[in-house]
Design a protein around this ligand. Structure first.
Ligand code: GTP
Ligand code: MG
Length: 185
């Protein structure tokens, strides 16, 4: 389920572009995360974001070119039409929004059970841990029955706590992308 979409000509060689899908419910912080990952060294005040209607592309240059394709939370029903063209998936959950957790869990289970993503590495991100009321990874893991989810999943799963607002954990996200996409084409 991974494919290179296009390529860039650089120094005479064609570098493949790998797509990483950026998914999650409305307002969990996908757009801010995309902006932050482009420039994690100079954070400053968080830039404004608008709800994403449709899809939003962010290019990152790591050891290779990576395109993050955010699909707005309101696009949930058509997420699967993008599953065929990705080398990795980041799934974002708002750790400070308990009322959204169960619907996020359903979305996550549905994407993990998709045949097209059966072998695609997935990074689960608990975002907004800068907020005082956020639920800790320990609480989240038991709410989500994360152990059951991970052990039933066919794909390699990594879990991180982050704040797209203050930058916590973002270097680890880039490191995961780099390591995960190293060998994919
Ligand atoms: N406190 C805090 N706020 C955040 C964080 N990440 C995002 N936000 C805020 O959450 C709101 C929604 O963020 P977006 O990035 O637009 O959310 P989204 O997931 O792209 O939403 P859709 O495009 O509608 O699916 C904005 O006001 C962000 O500034 C975070 O880590 N901490
Ligand atoms: Mg958005």
């Amino acid at each position: 389920a991974r494919a290179a979409s296009g390529g860039a000509v650089m120094a005479g060689a064609v570098l493949p572009v790998t797509t990483c899908l950026l998914l999650g419910a409305t307002g969990v912080g996908k757009s801010l995360l995309g902006k932050r990952l482009r420039n994690i060294r100079e954070l400053g005040e968080p830039p404004a974001t608008l709800p994403t209607v449709g899809t939003n592309l962010t290019d990152l240059t790591l050891h290779r070119r990576v395109t993050l394709r955010e699909l707005g939370g309101c696009m949930g029903p058509i997420w699967p039409s993008y599953y065929g063209e990705c080398g990795a998936v980041m799934f974002v959950i708002d750790a400070a929004n308990p009322t959204q957790v169960s619907s996020s869990c359903v979305q996550l289970l549905s994407l993990l059970s998709s045949e097209q993503l059966a072998a695609v590495p997935v990074l689960i991100l608990f975002n907004k841990i800068d907020l005082p009321c956020y639920m800790s990874l320990v609480e989240m893991k038991s709410l989500f029955r994360m152990q059951d989810i991970v052990s039933c999943a066919t794909q390699p799963i990594t879990i991180l706590e982050i704040s797209a607002r203050d930058g916590t954990g973002l270097a680890d996200v880039l490191q995961w992308l780099q390591a995960t996409l190293r060998d994919s084409s």
